[in-house]
Design a protein around this ligand. Structure first.
Ligand SMILES: [Fe+2]
Length: 373
């Protein structure tokens, strides 16, 4: 069986989905953040259960969706141990095997494009595949001019490791900029123009390529070293106060936590006592219900308790389950003369398409500290 090959046109990245036809367990290689919905759709259509999200290296040209896939599917992340992707659950060494159903891939350490880069070998149904990331491309190879790149190491990885694989091994690259889908070890050995010369010529050629800096490198490499979870729901909004009617503003949970750390804000958790007990507490937050069981009546002690909880000059940061009650509470706090903010997404975020919370944002989703009652 061939892998399912998926393409991200913005970065010309190939993502690969491999699965065991019997158990429907699947493994994805180099998923792209902007293709998350597409990839979840493919999993649904094929009836697959994702068990592993695997990186070939820490990419500089796009951000991985591995961390998001974990949130959505319960898969585990795996990455080469030399890539500094500390959030990956499995840190892979040369020769490591990853299993999905009765299938497996084997990691092959191929330094050069980056020091930690790996290729993955998959033998299935009599066919042999190698997923080469940015180590070996069709009639090309990955660049070696940044991110611990090393042309001599790349040359050795390709000629001494990849080119010793059987010639009929199918090569599935991490990118192609001309619409080509795959190649073979034999074809690359014979025809790869970059590698046709000797090591010295290759090293000189790689030094003289003068490639432009990847557009997304400053954002992508740090994000990918955290499995793509940027904790900012997609961009520069992490530290931004968004305007609001009737209170000081709406803030992302990360900014609320930062203000608590800096001592300028107090989180007021306006969920009910029972909700906090069932779902989880935020450390250092003051528990002060906006409404209370029985009957979800307004809490008569709210005003008094709020004044006591927020010292003069500090910001009141309102947190609830999904960001509705916290708005009402922020308005009330403003009427009482406080500088009050609503924490967006709440503790659990909005429900997803299966009515499950905690998967689409919120305090917990973003990895901020909390504890079970
Ligand atoms: Fe790369």
């Amino acid at each position: 069986m061939n892998p399912i090959q998926l393409f991200d046109p913005a970065s010309s990245t190939y993502t690969y989905l491999l699965f065991d036809a019997g158990t429907r367990e699947a493994l994805i290689i180099d998923p792209v953040d902007e293709q998350l919905e597409r990839d979840l759709g493919v999993l649904r259509v094929y009836g697959l259960r994702l068990v592993l999200a695997v990186e070939t290296h820490a990419h500089a040209d796009h951000v991985t969706s591995a961390g998001l896939l974990v949130e959505h599917t319960g898969a585990r992340t795996a990455a080469p141990e030399g890539c500094g992707i500390r959030t990956a659950a499995l840190q892979l060494r040369d020769g490591a095997e990853l299993h999905f159903g009765r299938e497996r891939i084997r990691a092959l350490h191929t330094p050069g494009h980056t020091a930690g880069s790996m290729c993955y070998l998959w033998e299935s149904g009599g066919l042999r595949h190698v997923f080469t990331g940015d180590t070996l491309l069709i009639n090309g190879c990955g660049r070696t001019d940044f991110q611990s790149g090393d042309a001599a190491a790349l040359y050795r990885s390709i000629t001494e490791k990849l080119f010793t694989l059987p010639e009929d091994t199918l090569v599935w690259p991490g990118h192609d900029y001309q619409g080509r889908e795959n190649s073979s070890i034999g074809a690359e050995k014979r025809g790869n123009a970059r590698l046709a010369g000797k090591l010295e010529e290759f090293t000189t050629l790689m030094q003289e390529l003068q490639l432009p800096r990847p557009r997304r490198i400053d954002e992508a490499v740090p994000a990918n070293q955290q499995s793509g979870l940027r904790h900012d729901a997609g961009g520069a909004s992490l530290q931004t106060v968004r305007p609001a009617e009737g209170y000081a503003g709406n803030i992302p949970p990360q900014l609320a936590w930062q203000w608590v750390q800096e001592g300028v804000g107090v989180i007021i958790d306006v969920r009910t006592d029972a909700e906090r007990e069932w779902v989880g507490f935020v450390p250092d937050a003051v528990g002060l219900a906006w409404k209370q069981w029985p009957g979800m009546q307004l809490n008569p002690d709210f005003d008094t308790a709020l004044r006591a909880a927020v010292p003069l000059g500090k910001k009141a940061l309102m947190l609830c389950r999904s960001g509705v009650r916290s708005i009402a509470a922020a308005k009330r706090a403003t009427e009482l003369g406080l500088e009050a903010y609503n924490i967006l997404e709440g503790f659990e975020g909005d429900p997803d398409e299966h009515a499950q919370r905690g998967r689409k944002g919120g305090w917990r989703f973003h990895g901020l500290p909390w504890r079970q009652g």
